[in-house]
Each structure stands twice: as C-alpha cells, then as structure tokens.
Design a protein around this ligand. Sequence first.
Ligand code: ZN
Length: 60
Amino acid sequence: MAVPKRKTSKSKCRMRKRSHESVVRAAKACPECGAPQQPHRVCAACGQYNGKQVLTVETD
Ligand SMILES: [Zn+2]
C-alpha cells in the first residue's frame, strides 16, 4: 500500500482546507436599521424584508 513519504505540513493542510470553505457570504447593511444582513434574508435585527415587517423582533 502506498504511504505518504512526509507528513502534510500545517500550512499545506490549511491551504487545502481553505478551499473547502463555503463561498464568502456578502453582508450588506439593512436599509431600515443599518445592521449587517445577509442578502435575500429577513433582517435579524429589525425583522423586515423588502420594506415589509415580516417578523416580530423583541427589543430591549
Ligand atoms: Zn434591519
């Protein structure tokens, strides 16, 4: 059975695993409250989507 000649270095291992990460999620500011928000998702801070109140969010 073929065996690797050398241990994979931390650097090489991390370089490889870096490519397994999912696509970097672009965060944009919510037009209502300005909090960072994922595109095409309801804003977690104010509960609005596309200018409409979708979720009721508890505020302190
Ligand atoms: Zn918001």
